[in-house]
Design a protein around this ligand. Structure first.
Ligand code: ZN
Length: 506
């Protein structure tokens, strides 16, 4: 890097701006590293001071970003010829406008309220006591409405919330796509639920020793999906996640259950999909705000592709069954590749979102999206929420939660103020199939995927999705990569093809 002398007033090129953005990015990476450590290896007594240390780093990054010099540099920046620089300015100006629209008192009030709500939620879920959480939830939705007012919006306050997770997406679009998805997949779910099911699922709960389980999960993550120990680590945590401090420093976690191996296997491959996205981001974007995923939905499209579209495919299990049987001879005794494929794709309308299969999962999301809209609009009161939740569970999935702990209290999101976040899971599911279909339009990619080989597919994903980081919007990436905007079409077709076959509904 050249270090031409800069006067304090000069905003004539981007070098000072980039230097500050690198510092911000480094502070965030240090905070993320502390957070990763907190979830994996930190001794429990360290929690209090660790929280203060992380808050200091976050505070420093925020100070750099909201300092007057940052505004000067952003306002005075020349129009760059370079496309990457132009994208950098566009994204940073957008982030900066969002950060500076919020009054400091609001940020502090929200942070305090989220902390209280989080603790209240943990206790409420433990004690199955929604009433004790209700005032905190009211506060979270009040803060969400005020947040939307600070940010501004054209049509619906939800748009201002959704935009933080899925830039450019509007509630009105989500409504249309979700209604279409629901109308077309609910009949399929009804037919599956009514179909006789003689499949054997007992192998899923046979003991699979943890060391062997881990070795198999990693072997597939490396061999099939390209994860390498040169640039990644797999560890354990209570809640699986992926984080990264650069494209060559990826951390994923999973959790293991000796008598339920699908949790660790599919969990590992899910997080591997997230990690390989980060690994594919162009090195030119390193240490800048462009070096993350385009949106949560685009990120989830990559994790769901590895976990479900590939990891739960027939071709995959035909190829990897021998290795599986070698790793877990007791589980595989009397089991075939086909019966294992059938078992890991069991459709069962049930209570818990994170355990849901490919057919029922999106109904858990649609339910949350509808309730968030009503709560935000004030047409539904927080006190009425458990009843509204249970009614929709019955309507969509035909099950009623026996307790709020297994119903409305199951997710952490609302207690953390994450309102407008849920739709990104379904957006990711829909996009995963739309992208895979577009990639498989290339015969050599389709042929490889049929053999459960994914090298060419990964190249395609890097070229069409990963490399851009945040420099393109989700809508731009989707249109350029697949030739059309996001819709439910590809996903619906995929579900019908796979599950009519699995459940003998043809
Ligand atoms: Zn994910």
């Amino acid at each position: 890097m050249t270090t031409a002398p800069q006067s304090a007033e000069s905003t004539g090129d981007l070098s000072e701006l980039k230097r500050l953005l690198h510092q911000m990015s480094d502070l965030s990476a240090a905070e993320a590293l502390m957070s990763w450590d907190q979830e994996t290896f930190m001794p429990p007594a360290a929690a209090r001071v660790r929280g203060l240390q992380m808050a200091s780093l976050a505070g420093l990054a925020h100070e750099l970003f909201t300092a007057p010099r940052m505004s000067e540099l952003l306002n005075g920046a020349p129009t760059p010829d370079d496309q990457t620089d132009a994208a950098l300015l566009r994204v940073v100006r957008r982030d900066h406008a969002k950060a500076t629209r919020l009054p400091g008192e609001f940020v502090e009030e929200r942070s305090r309220a989220q902390n209280e709500a989080h603790h209240a939620w943990i206790a409420a879920r433990q004690n199955n006591d929604f009433a004790s959480f209700a005032p905190h939830l009211e506060k979270m939705f009040e803060l969400a409405r005020r947040y939307a007012d600070h940010q501004g919006y054209d049509d619906h306050p939800y748009d201002a919330l959704l935009d933080d997770y899925e830039p450019g997406m509007k509630a009105a679009q989500v409504k249309v796509i979700f209604a279409d998805l629901r109308d077309r997949t609910l009949p399929l779910l009804r037919r599956i639920a009514a179909a006789p099911d003689a499949a054997d699922y007992s192998m899923l709960t046979r003991p699979f020793p943890l060391d062997a389980q881990r070795a198999f999960a990693v072997r597939v993550a490396q061999q099939a999906f390209g994860l390498s120990p040169d640039f990644s680590r797999l560890d354990e945590s209570a809640h699986p996640f992926q984080t990264s401090f650069s494209r060559d420093d990826l951390r994923i976690t999973t959790r293991f259950d000796e008598t339920y191996f699908p949790m660790s296997l599919f969990g590992t491959w899910h997080e591997t999909g997230h990690a390989m996205y980060e690994h594919g981001i162009s090195a030119a974007l390193e240490r800048t705000p462009l070096s993350g995923g385009a949106s949560l939905g685009v990120h989830e499209s990559q994790s769901r592709m590895f976990e479900n579209l590939l990891g739960r495919s027939r071709a995959f299990w035909q190829r990897y069954f021998p290795a599986f049987a070698e790793a877990a001879p007791e589980v595989a005794a009397g089991v075939s590749a086909e019966s294992l494929y059938r078992a890991v794709n069991r459709v069962r309308p049930d209570l818990i979102r994170v355990e849901a299969d490919e057919v029922t999962y999106n109904f858990h999301i649609m339910l949350r999206f509808e309730l968030e809209l009503s709560l935000l609009e004030g047409t539904l009161k927080v006190a009425e929420l458990p009843e509204a939740w249970n009614a929709r569970m019955q309507e969509f999935l035909g099950v009623t939660p026996p307790s709020d702990a297994q119903g409305v209290l199951q997710d952490i999101h609302w207690s953390a103020g994450l309102i407008g976040y849920f739709p990104t899971y379904t957006i990711g599911n829909l996009l995963s199939v739309q992208l895979l279909d577009a990639a498989k339009a290339q015969p050599e990619i389709a042929a490889e995927v049929e053999r459960a080989e994914y090298g060419k597919l990964r190249e395609w994903l890097t070229q069409h999705v990963h490399q851009y980081g945040r420099s393109k919007t989700p809508a731009e990436i989707t249109l350029a990569a697949t030739g059309r905007p996001l819709s439910a079409d590809a996903y619906v077709k995929y579900l019908f093809g796979k599950y009519e076959d699995l459940y003998g509904l043809r």
